[in-house]
Design a protein around this ligand. Structure first.
Ligand SMILES: *[C@@H]1O[C@H](CO)[C@@H](O)[C@H](O)[C@H]1NC(C)=O
Ligand SMILES: *[C@@H]1O[C@H](CO)[C@@H](O)[C@H](O)[C@H]1NC(C)=O
Length: 463
């Protein structure tokens, strides 16, 4: 902490500079609250008033922390003082509001800024266009585009990329391709982000060949591809189960001096797990660590799930202990994976222990946790306990859904508890859920064996 007496002497310029330096240093460390504390002392100190740069930097700091209201308050403080807010201060806050999809607030601030005679620039407009695009407000995006051009402010590569990225995410890849052509017509060279967005658009549409063509175009332009663009294409290949191609790209990256990151490896590990190639997944997991990329909790969760689903429980438990050892913040998602794995392996006792121990770890089961446990109990023939959990989840505010009812009804039928199953079917239907295909099949089988009151038939056909 700063010793107040050492810098509050405003006469001492050196101390002031030092204090200012410390203020910027704290902001660089993203210690915004402490920087704000010093800033307030600067104001209160009289002679050492912050200037437009100091204000602007603190505004940026607040925005970076997502504290828009503090940033706006600071803007208001600027208006009161001698140091009026400038384009940078306004643009920074407008951008931050847009990122949080508070576009109306951003547009209000934009009008306010214009009324004060502060002219927006291409950055201000691009932030706004980004904001409205994220909300799917195309008309507003077009209006802003026309507005900026009418003020002789021309869209740059970032503006176009924002438009193109939105089009791609909306599945309008053809239109996105047109944007690229427009850019080239205007001598605005599409950059790595532009092409990567386009590639991602094609991947999302399942048009891998087109994505590959964009990638090859990028390669032909020299030093354009980076780890980010590789990740997009690797993800595209993985999603379409083209593991060989994905692995080839991974090899290519190293050849180009690009470092595959946690995202690259997590994508590949996930894909291997989903394809049941658990050995390959483990190899990649080791390889990433050998290459100095630390798996994050997400990567661990992917592998843990893969191990559980592929019935390698002891390895999964080992991995879980490793996660505990690393002091990861283990959330309910991780426990759901493990409880599911234990149930799948028929270790219902251990699953129950873990489930009951959740609260001692400061965690609350969610609807998914209950569904997993109920399914496990039903498979283990412990239907009465499953029903208890059904009640408990309701009491704890996790409403059972159609899936919950279907698993428990199937559990009863499979355990020859037809009458109780019928009761639950009625309850399920009353709540507006219906039997899914597997449950219906079981009920129809019972009907054939004359074990069900045919009067119930209309209930299950309400799908
Ligand atoms: C925003 O910043 C102000 C001023 O430093 C602080 O009092 C407030 O707690 C911050 N709010 C959040 C949500 O971080
Ligand atoms: C249910 O009944 C069938 C036939 O009556 C029997 O073969 C089966 O083992 C029973 N299942 C259970 C879980 O009791």
């Amino acid at each position: 902490m700063v010793n107040e007496s050492s810098w509050s002497d405003a006469e001492d310029n050196q101390v002031y500079n030092c204090c200012c330096g410390f203020f910027f240093f704290l902001l660089e460390l993203e210690r915004v609250a402490e920087a704000a504390g010093i800033f307030n002392k600067m104001i209160a100190g009289g002679n050492c008033q912050p200037n437009v740069v100091t204000y602007g930097t603190l505004v940026k700091g607040f925005c970076m922390k997502g504290n828009n209201s503090a940033a706006i308050q600071l803007l208001r403080k600027m208006e009161e003082g001698a140091c009026k807010p400038d384009l940078v201060a306004y643009s920074t806050i407008i951008d931050s509001l847009c990122k949080d999809t508070l576009v109306d607030d951003a547009l209000n601030l934009f009008s306010e800024m214009m009324c004060k005679g502060i002219a927006p620039n291409v950055i201000t407009y691009t932030s706004l266009i980004h904001g409205v695009c994220k909300l799917g407000e195309w008309k507003e995006a077009t209006r802003l585009l026309n507005d900026m051009v009418s003020r002789n402010i021309f869209p740059d590569v970032r503006t176009f990329t924002v438009l193109l990225d939105t089009l791609c995410k909306e599945g309008m890849v053809g239109e996105a391709q047109t944007v690229v052509e427009m850019m080239i017509e205007r001598d605005i060279e599409p950059d790595t982000v532009t092409y990567s967005s386009l590639m991602d658009g094609y991947c999302l549409q399942g048009r891998i060949d087109e994505a590959k063509k964009v990638f090859e175009l990028m390669l032909s332009k020299g030093s354009m591809v980076d780890a980010f663009s590789y990740n997009i294409l690797i993800n595209g290949f993985c999603k379409h189960k083209m593991m060989d191609e994905a692995m080839m790209l991974l090899g290519e990256m190293s050849g180009k001096g690009l470092v595959p990151d946690t995202v690259t490896y997590s994508t590949l590990v996930d894909s291997c797990c989903k394809m049941g190639k658990i050995g390959d997944a483990q190899k990649l997991f080791s390889k990433m660590q050998a290459c100095g990329q630390l798996p994050d909790v997400q990567t661990y969760a992917i592998l843990l799930d893969g191990l559980c689903k592929n019935r390698q429980l002891s390895t999964a438990m080992q991995l879980f202990r490793e996660m505990e050892g690393k002091r990861f913040d283990l959330n309910i998602v991780i426990y759901n994976i493990l409880i599911d794995g234990l149930c799948l392996a028929g270790k219902i006792e251990s699953a129950r222990d873990l489930f009951c121990g959740l609260s001692s770890r400061g965690l609350q089961p969610n609807a998914r946790t209950y569904n997993i446990m109920i399914k496990g109990l039903c498979i283990g023939g412990l239907t009465s306990e499953a029903v208890k959990l059904l009640t408990e989840m309701e009491e704890k505010g996790c409403s059972p859904d159609g899936y919950t009812y279907n698993i428990i009804i199937r559990g009863f039928i499979n355990n020859n508890e037809t009458v109780r199953a019928m009761g639950l079917i009625q309850q399920m239907v009353e709540r507006g859920f219906s039997a899914d295909a597997s449950t219906t099949e079981l009920i129809v089988n019972l009907l054939c064996k004359d074990k069900v009151d045919p009067a119930l038939l209309p209930l299950i056909k309400r799908e």
